[in-house]
Design a protein around this ligand. Structure first.
Ligand code: C2G
Length: 172
């Protein structure tokens, strides 16, 4: 699907959206309706796999949403996970989109096709803030020229990998 982006100036006076971009995997609600970012709202964007959703995911999403008026979440594609982590997520990207998109604090979800496209996603959604857990600390500082970059402390002692291992170890 190709989404048109028109030029606009956001609350920080930064020009956003001035090109056409193809986003093959864009999915779920508002995909058609959000042709242009609504720059009257302070949009926060975050990214993640959000596989086997747990309290660490909920907390980072809650904290991210609290930084603005609207939270957009890039849910990483199955293929991205396979290349990054060497295994497919437990839940498919369609299921993860549906789960994350159903959360009260989440306004819009889309498929994150590549780790290298963050600048395009920030501009496309008119995000004023990019928020991530601090396991990504420093990784997105180069986007400081187009948005505020915030890292939250990662919730200790919980991870999808640990949950998968725990379930595997406690079931026959
Ligand atoms: N997180 C957290 N505390 C945990 C586990 C995760 O705060 N105990 C946060 C991560 O820091 C991240 C978000 O939850 O901000 C999603 O984490 P993952 O699902 O593990 O996503 P990840 O594999 O980090 O993919 O472009 C970036 C990637 O898509 C992020």
């Amino acid at each position: 699907m190709t989404r048109a982006r028109r030029a606009g100036v956001d609350s920080r006076g930064i020009l956003v959206g001035s090109a056409q971009q193809g986003l093959g995997g864009l999915a779920l609600q508002d995909a058609e309706s959000s042709e242009e970012p609504d720059l009257s709202m302070r949009t926060v964007i975050t990214f993640g796999t959000f596989d086997v959703l747990h309290v660490g995911h909920i907390r980072v999403l809650d904290r991210a949403r609290a930084l603005g008026d609207r939270l957009v979440v890039g849910v990483s594609a199955d293929q991205l996970n396979i290349s990054k982590k060497g295994r497919a997520p437990v839940f498919s990207q369609e299921e993860r989109l549906e789960i994350v998109g159903s959360l009260r604090v989440v306004d819009e979800v889309f498929v994150e096709e590549s780790l290298e496209l963050k600048r395009d996603y920030v501009m496309q959604y008119g995000a004023a803030v990019l928020a991530m857990g601090d396991d990504w600390k420093g990784k997105f500082d180069h986007l400081n020229d187009i948005c505020e970059v915030v890292y939250f402390p990662r919730t200790p002692s919980v991870s999808t990998t640990a949950l998968i291992e725990h379930i595997a170890a406690t079931t026959g």
